[in-house]
Design a protein around this ligand. Structure first.
Ligand code: DX5
Ligand code: ZN
Length: 223
C-alpha cells in the first residue's frame, strides 16, 4: 500500500530548543523531517548548510527530506548526502542540466526530488518524471515560512497527478507552503502524497495532536 506522508518543516521550529522540537517529531506520527536549505541567492533568505543538517541527522529518528533552495545545487549533493539526507530535492529553476543533476542524486543512493516554483508549469517535468522519486510543488514563493497558500497549486496538483499516473511513474507529489488542517483534505483529494507543514505544526497549541490530525486525514487516502 502507498502511504501518504506528513513532513513537519523544521524551518518553523524554535532553534533555541531544536533537540526538543525534533524529539517531539520523533515521538509523533510524522513520517519525515522537512529541512529547508536557503542560500540567499536562489531565495532572499539564508538558513543553514550541511553542518547543521548533519547535527539534525544525529537527532532524527525519521528520514531527512532536504529541500535545497540554492543555486548550483549539483555542487553540494554529495555533501548533503554525507550529512544524512534521505531525500534530496533541487529546484528545476536552479538546474540548467536537470537530467544530469537527478542522475547525480540517484548515484548517491538518495531519493531524488525536483521542486517547482509557483510560476513553473508541471510540463517542465514531462521528460524526467520517470526518473524521480518526488516532485515538490511550491505552494508559496520559496524563502519564508508562514505564508499564505497559493490556490492555483490545487489545479497544478491535479495536472501532475495525471501526468504521473499516465506515465505509470512512481514519483510522489509533495506540497510545500501554507499547508495545514484547513487545506489538507482538498490537497489529498487533488492527488498529493506528502504534506509539508511548518507553522501549522510548530505554531500549534499541541503539535503532536496536529500531526496526528494531518495523518488521520491522509490515512483516508492511502491506497
Ligand atoms: C518555504 C519552505 C517551506 C516552509 C513551509 O520556502 O520551503 O518548507 O518551511 O512553511 P509553512 O508550512 O509555515 O508555510
Ligand atoms: Zn521546503
Amino acid at each position: 500500500m502507498r502511504q501518504h506522508l506528513i513532513a513537519p518543516s523544521l524551518l518553523a521550529a524554535d532553534f533555541t530548543r531544536l533537540a526538543e522540537e525534533m524529539q517531539m517529531v520523533n515521538r509523533s506520527e510524522a513520517d519525515w523531517f522537512h529541512v529547508d536549505v536557503m542560500d540567499g541567492r536562489f531565495v532572499p533568505n539564508i538558513t543553514f548548510g550541511m553542518f547543521i543538517v548533519e547535527a539534525m541527522h544525529r537527532l532524527a529518528e525519521k528520514p531527512l527530506d532536504v529541500h535545497l533552495m540554492i543555486v548550483e545545487p549539483e555542487k553540494y549533493i554529495q555533501e548533503f548526502r554525507k550529512a544524512g539526507a534521505a531525500v534530496i530535492t533541487v529546484h528545476a529553476e536552479a538546474c540548467t542540466h536537470l537530467h544530469r543533476t537527478i542522475g547525480q542524486i540517484r548515484e548517491t543512493g538518495a531519493m531524488a526530488g525536483v521542486a517547482l516554483n509557483p510560476h513553473t508549469p508541471v510540463s517542465v517535468l514531462e521528460n524526467v518524471i520517470e526518473d524521480i522519486d518526488l516532485v515538490c510543488l511550491m505552494s508559496v514563493n520559496p524563502g519564508f515560512g508562514g505564508q499564505k497558500f497559493i490556490h492555483q497549486t490545487l489545479q497544478k496538483t491535479r495536472q501532475l497527478r495525471e501526468m504521473i499516473d499516465t506515465a505509470n511513474a512512481k514519483a510522489r507529489i509533495e506540497i510545500d507552503g501554507g499547508v495545514g488542517l484547513h487545506n489538507a483534505e482538498v490537497l489529498l483529494q487533488a492527488g498529493a502524497d506528502v504534506l509539508v507543514a511548518g507553522n501549522s505544526v510548530f505554531g500549534a497549541q499541541d503539535p503532536v495532536a496536529t500531526i496526528a490530525a494531518l495523518k488521520a486525514f491522509s490515512a483516508v487516502f492511502d491506497r
